[in-house]
Design a protein around this ligand. Structure first.
Ligand code: LMR
Length: 406
């Protein structure tokens, strides 16, 4: 008799189950609008030209033994984390000038969320966190596994009007317990593709300040919302300028196309630089006990690109290519649906930003798309716009039309 006999099956991870179902499907016109990963107009993964170039440089350095595979320090490559923190807060940030922030290389955005959450739960004894309804499916699991015991939600999405439910959100934040941690998406909210306006961010910050709530930004899409790195960091920089202490998890999966290199950064902003050495030492032990130290490759790429003016410009061109193609595909899908006379309004597809569109399709319509048309998308109706191409967008629009009118 096995000691493991009483283990229950854990539920599948929707987004990865969908990728597997898509991969296993032999239908020639199948389309994957599930996992949030960029695709070229040929429907292929895209290695950014600047990343290829830097990887060739790294390979050469390794050949010449100028680089090696020794351990990184527990907190990672300082050249990567300090550049990432600068990219987030802005090079002119008073927080940086006053030495009030620390950057820590982590295992992509998820790793940064986990380290930040564990630090808050174990060292600062935080118990309650709030996430938006809806949010990225992993937020809850990461925070609960990190030690948070009180899971709360705040309203975010007005499904009828297809926009941010700012009144609902503010009301929920106003009634939140002091010192609760609030997960905020810094830009390109996943899954809705709808961010608060600058005015609304100011209202959110005012309530959070009054109620002493702690902001934890998830910044997975800097550059993807507007194509402009500074604009996409507006909310984080506004909170910093308002004097908040806060944490921000950055991912370089999407904007560098480094999905499986697990390169991210955790930025902690404090009111006072004197607290940083102790804070650093505590996070060092958290990471040491979790995975000891991060891998080097992704950190090297990010450090080389962010610290070199010419490579940085080349990278910004790559971001423009990706965000530009997304905008084109949004327009194409909307116009095809309008041409077909598909019931409903489709302007939200071009109004929403970032990788995702929250289509408003019901779970039954989603099932129909998957089972009948081999188009894979989340049950929530979220589609990854990058999965659309000039060749498959008509097929997808016709299938959505069929799902709605059948
Ligand atoms: C997504 O939302 O599809 C991506 O962030 C992939 C993931 O890990 O869920």
């Amino acid at each position: 008799m096995s000691r493991f006999r009483d283990i229950n099956a854990a539920p599948p991870i929707e987004v990865f189950a969908l990728t597997k179902a898509y991969t296993d499907d032999s239908f020639p016109k199948k389309v994957n609008l599930g996992v949030g990963a960029y695709r070229s107009d040929e429907g292929k993964p895209w290695i950014l030209p600047v990343v290829k170039k830097v990887e060739e440089m790294i390979a050469q350095h390794i050949k010449e033994e100028k680089l090696n595979h020794e351990y990184l320090p527990v907190l990672g490559l300082d050249a990567a984390s300090s550049a990432a923190t600068r990219m987030l807060l802005g090079s002119e940030s008073p927080v940086l000038k006053e030495g009030r922030a620390i950057g820590i290389q982590c295992l992509s955005g998820t790793g940064a969320l986990r380290v930040g959450a564990e630090f808050l739960a174990r060292i600062l004894n935080c118990k309650t966190f709030y996430y938006s309804i809806p949010t990225w499916e992993n937020h809850r699991l990461v925070f609960v596994n990190a030690g948070f015991s009180e899971v709360k939600e705040y309203r975010y999405w007005d499904a009828a009007k297809r926009c941010v439910d700012i009144e609902g959100m503010l009301e929920d934040l106003r009634s939140a317990q002091e010192n609760s941690v609030i997960i905020l998406h810094s830009c390109a909210h996943n899954p809705t593709g709808s961010d608060p306006t600058e005015e609304q961010w100011k209202q959110i910050a005012a309530v959070m300040k009054e109620k002493k709530l702690f902001p934890f930004f998830d910044c997975a899409y800097q550059g993807f919302a507007s194509g402009d790195l500074d604009k996409d960091a507006w909310a984080v920089r506004y909170f910093a300028s308002e004097g908040f202490e806060m944490i921000c998890a950055q991912s370089f999966a999407k904007n560098f196309g480094l999905y499986n290199e697990r390169i991210g950064n955790l930025t902690v902003v404090t009111a006072n630089s004197a607290v940083l050495p102790n804070l650093r030492s505590q996070i060092t032990l958290i990471i040491r006990g979790m995975y000891s130290n991060p891998p080097h490759h992704g950190g090297r790429i990010v450090a080389m690109v962010l610290n070199d003016a010419q490579l940085f410009e080349e990278w910004k061109t790559c971001i423009k290519t990706m965000s530009g193609r997304i905008i084109e595909m949004r327009k194409a899908l909307r116009s095809q649906l309008e041409k077909l006379g598909t019931p409903g309004k489709w302007d939200h597809i071009t109004q929403q930003i970032g990788m995702f569109s929250f289509t408003g399709l019901s779970p039954i319509q989603v099932d129909h798309l998957v089972k009948v048309h081999h188009i894979y998308l989340l049950q929530s109706g979220r589609i990854n716009i990058c999965g659309l191409t000039t060749k498959n967008v008509s097929y997808v629009a016709e299938a959505i039309h069929d799902a709605i009118t059948k």
